[in-house]
Design a protein around this ligand. Structure first.
Ligand code: URA
Length: 248
């Protein structure tokens, strides 16, 4: 890569700033001052800035996988079932971003970027996740859709309002911004339509575009889009303040 880019990746300065530093003669490659920002270098080129070795920061990796049925989305499984991690067989240590039930198919992300994973899964950021479900007891009733849009009482509390659309008499598209355990299945069961099959078709701005079992690395642009458009809430929602403790 270009020397100026290498310095920028190494956290020395912006790319434009790096060009100036190079022209000022503060950068050496294999012991020699180089003033051409376009010089081609890599990790083995021994690039130094003001005498100090520059190593490029590793770029985070984000993989999108269309998870098949029967594969678990934890990093390890106690029952020796295949996991999303073993399925992609990456050389780097990657972690699933959130969970999908073993029975659920569709889009799941894996990454080594902990901060990004947190932004995508913490309920305070409200990243929308889109699911398509085929349900029993069709046709889906308007009343059920309304309940989903208002919020459904589950045993661990009320759900936030979901976006719910009937796409066929027995198929529903549901967008939720939380991640309670088996949330979609429990919501649909609660409104009278138990799930027969469930697929996640989008995660934030990212749509499922892979065949079952297929995976691919996200581009830099896709990663930036994920990072900067986490749903409806750009700002984290304020957490409720705890009442002050009473003094004894
Ligand atoms: N909701 C569910 O019920 N299951 C999933 O896998 C994801 C969301």
């Amino acid at each position: 890569m270009r020397l100026s880019r290498y310095l920028a990746h190494g956290g020395i300065s912006s790319r434009r700033g790096a060009e100036e530093l190079i022209r000022d003669g503060r950068v050496t490659v294999a012991g020699e001052v180089v003033t051409d920002p376009a010089r081609d270098v890599d990790e083995d080129s021994s690039v130094r800035f003001d005498g100090k070795q520059v190593r490029p920061v590793e770029q985070p990796v984000v993989i999108a996988l269309n998870k098949p049925k029967g594969v678990v989305s934890t990093a390890k499984d106690t029952h020796d079932r295949p996991t999303v991690v073993t399925l992609i067989g990456a050389k780097r240590r990657l972690y699933p971003v959130g969970r999908l039930d073993a029975d659920t198919t569709g889009l799941i992300l894996l990454t080594d970027d902990g901060e990004l994973a947190n932004r995508l899964t913490h309920p305070r950021y409200g990243v929308p996740k889109t699911y398509r479900a085929t349900v029993a007891k069709a046709p889906i009733k308007e009343e059920a859709l309304e309940r989903l849009r208002t919020g459904v009482e589950l045993e661990d509390g009320m759900t936030a309002p979901a976006e719910a659309k009937r796409v066929a008499p027995d198929k529903i598209e549901l967008i939720i911004r939380e991640g309670k355990k088996r949330q979609v299945r429990r919501m649909l069961e609660e409104v009278g339509h138990p799930v027969k099959s469930l697929q996640r078709v989008a995660f934030g701005p990212l749509k499922l575009d892979l065949g079952e079992g297929a995976f691919r690395q996200l581009t830099k642009v896709e990663i930036e889009r994920l990072r900067s458009t986490p749903g409806a809430f750009q700002q984290p929602k304020r957490e409720a303040k705890r009442p002050p403790r009473k003094r004894r």
